[in-house]
Write a protein of this length. Sequence first.
Length: 426
Amino acid sequence: MSRFRLEGVSFLNSKNSIAFRFLASFLILLFGVSACRQKIDLNHIVIWHQMRVDERVILEDQLRQFMNANPGVTVEQIYKETEELRSGFIVAAIAGQGPDLVYGPSDQVGPFEIMGIIEPLDSLFSAEYLDSFIPKGLTYYHGRLYQIADKLGNHLTLVYNKAMISSPPQTDEELIEVGRRLTVDKNGDGKTDIYALSWNYTEPFFFIPFLTGFGGWVMNDDGEPTLNSEGMINGLKFIRDLRDRYKIVPGEADYNIADALFKDGKSAMIINGDWSWAGYKKAGIDFGVAPLPKILSTGMWCAPMVSPKGFSLNSNIALEKRPLIIKLLKFLMEPELQLQTARALWTLPTRREAVESDFVQNDEILRNSALQIDRGRVMPVVPELRGIWDAMRPSYQAVLGGAKTPGEAAKDMQALALSKIREMNE
């Protein structure tokens, strides 16, 4: 029997199984209310999301506009941390509960679809309406549409301080050359005071652009891991060399350290996501955004994972309530509302009209963000990705700690990924 395992809890895939029905019944009792007896408020919509504070402020304003235009309707938005949202939604939805809409990055679509807790959207919207989105704004799984995104990205780029570097490097060789020049020991005490580059290179997600730049990827089209590759080995060597051989990145740097170095002017460049740009503006940094460099030995651009962020519909929602939810979704997807977010946070819209607007086309940061997205690779939405992340981390960090060679790490990652995926599917 096929199962999906999340954080130590196995959820059965087959809704027709006795065990699945038992689990669902138990969870309903746990919540203390039967889904079939729950009173349905047709004019009250609940959204669970994991938006940042600045995104939440904009969402609240847009929901207020919707409620003003629709007297008697209330829309409640509830913030949850990403993992809390995912596991909580699974538990609640299996029990026939949960929010009307769940918002987040596209990689949650696969696990939710396997559980049968989100509803296909392609039959709820016309083909003409869906065609008004750019393709990456619509997340399909097993041939059905399960998420409509209001923003694209969640991707890494090269961010640079214009006061320290006027033109960002275009290739790996330029990165090393420029990096040596920018990395400085100002007082001659043998300690680096300014680094060329900082980023959270200890986490596998932040390594992905160099894996792809050297020709690797995390899985094949069948969802099977592809971690034991030349691309993986050479990517690991490159990251290690940036730190140990060329010494242009800090010896240790988690997300907060790297972010602080850039904000304090102690790092000329940082690899970070679109979520960070508003913070750099607030910190008073005159910064630019550029696509990550090309690896000359492969001729390939470093390609980060790209993930749309959007809404999925809880499969428990009553049919008579769906028209109002669809009305809300269409309102939130209006090009002008997407541009409201883009102007404030430099997020890339998904409606063609907004993407083709003068603002998006003429803004330097958004233009380069769009170029990076074009060069990026869409994050897989299959559940197996979780097993791959968990398999990559220990061996990846062992290379950085000197406990494994890149070749050993690549083999061990692959073996562990296969083992974890087998456990998920037992």
